[in-house]
Design a protein around this ligand. Structure first.
Ligand code: AMP
Ligand code: GLY
Length: 425
């Protein structure tokens, strides 16, 4: 099979790494890719992922059998729809289905209509009505912008004053902030369940947990994710059964009832409160960094599964998972998620890999023979071991081998799993 991968982050490097193991793979391209992905695929940097017609043209020229779309923006931008018009198969959902991530209001209304558990909410199209409503509510309360705001359009307000300010801040998120969602605050532990779906059936992957805040003990600003581990014991088999029965299957059939076929990876961001899962958000794609711990545990052929999703015959597939555990520590630029410097040389990637890590490139570039920092999240260092404690110990030994100026990482990745060690895995 000839495969084209869209994207340039750690998630896409992990996808490329796993796809490259498939015996089905023949020619492999990435737009735009990154220095890590270039080990497996020819990276095409002069085509923009925002330019659907250029991407379609490239796929036609190279006789691509499957386009794998990593990030949300091209999905929301209708890339899969345009590929379909040209009879090119994709792993990724179409524009209508991508609203599940692209519009919080679409997702929340759908969950309400089909009774899928999520936080209670109200939608406002002007700040004054939102403020009036908030005045009579309990705190903390959650204020969200409607559209894609690069993960930043969510404010958890502890009191009335902060909540009123948060409503004013929504206008900073451009069009995404034109409508405001005010949501009940959910207490509990978060987890991410990613799932493969062909639009008819949905097969969950191993549950994972992200670490969204920039500093240890979940302090500081929200980021794209500072590390992850899988499996996440907070999603034990009982919770997973509820996730499947109350959330994953109902959302796919809700979409079907609305005339929308969702194919690809569906990401359910969950809050687990006393064993009961509720949806925090849906994403229309693989999570990042979750993908960097979930795919190392996948024993089946990823490309075969992705093709089955695209062709609508996932029911014929059996997906096998390893019993091991994986931990990923993200190495970020100092200052991230605010402003940070770039172009520092990265050393020690090879040493970390020799020691047993997979080092996924998230924000790097190649200059001469050197690898330089080029983004906020720079690398994801993943280790797979028999259990979480062993993976934690080894991953931090691998991290020690890597250096770049102003490098920052969390030192408590996966420690939330340790309180479950005596319980069911
Ligand atoms: P989102 O972009 O919707 O995933 O929100 C970002 C983060 O805000 C989530 O990962 C949660 O940590 C937090 N959050 C969002 N909505 C809620 C809620 N209703 N209750 C508690 N925390 C929330
Ligand atoms: N790790 C969070 C996300 O991918 O949205």
């Amino acid at each position: 099979m000839n495969v084209l991968l869209i994207g340039s982050g750690g998630r896409e490097h992990a996808l490329a790494w796993k796809i490259s193991k498939s015996p089905l793979l023949k020619n492999f391209y990435a737009i735009p890719g990154n220095p890590g992905i270039s080990k497996f695929a020819e990276c095409i940097e002069n085509i923009s992922v925002e330019n659907n017609s250029e991407v379609v043209k490239f796929a036609q020229e190279k006789n691509i059998d499957l386009v794998v779309v990593g990030p949300e923006a091209p999905l929301v931008n209708g890339l899969v729809d345009d590929l379909e018009k040209a009879n090119i198969k994709s792993f990724g959902c179409n524009k209508k289905a991508a609203q599940l991530e692209g519009s919080k209001i679409f997702a929340k209304n759908l969950m309400k209509k089909y009774e899928i558990p999520t936080a209670a909410f109200e939608v406002f199209d002007n700040p004054d009505d939102a403020k009036k409503y908030i005045t009579s509510q309990n705190f903390p309360i959650v204020i969200k912008a409607d559209g894609l705001a690069a993960g930043k359009g969510v404010i958890i307000a502890e009191n009335l004053e902060d909540a009123l300010n948060a409503v004013d801040e929504m206008k900073n998120f451009g069009d995404a902030g034109n409508k405001i969602v005010v949501e009940e605050f959910m207490n509990g532990e978060e987890a991410s369940v990613l799932a493969f779906t062909d639009g008819k059936i949905i097969l969950p992957m191993i549950p994972a947990q992200d670490h969204k805040r920039v500093f240890d003990n979940d302090e500081g600003l929200n980021t794209g994710g500072m590390g992850a581990y899988a499996p996440a014991p907070v999603v034990n088999s009982e919770v997973m059964k509820k996730v499947e029965e109350k959330i994953l299957r109902p959302i796919i059939s809700a979409l079907n009832s609305e005339g929308i076929i969702y194919r690809g990876c569906l990401y359910a961001g969950l809050m687990i409160t006393n064993g009961e899962p509720k949806v925090v958000e849906f994403n229309a794609r693989f999570g990042d960094p979750e993908t960097q711990v979930v795919l190392p545990l996948l024993e089946s052929d990823l490309l075969e599964i992705m093709l089955a999703c695209a062709e609508g015959n996932l029911s014929e597939k059996k997906i096998l998972w390893s019993n091991d555990s994986a931990v990923c520590v993200v190495l970020a630029s100092g200052g991230y998620p605010k402003s940070y410097k770039k172009n520092f040389e990265i050393i020690g990637i090879d040493e970390a890999e020799k020691f047993g890590a997979e080092v996924f490139h998230a924000g790097t570039k190649k200059s001469d023979e050197k690898i330089l920092t080029a983004g906020g999240r720079v690398l994801g260092v993943t280790v797979t071991e028999k259990n979480i404690p062993a993976a934690i110990e080894k991953v931090y030994k691998c991290v020690e081998k890597i250096h770049f100026d102003e490098m920052h990482f969390r030192k408590d990745i996966a420690t939330k799993a340790l309180k479950f060690t005596s319980e069911e895995k």
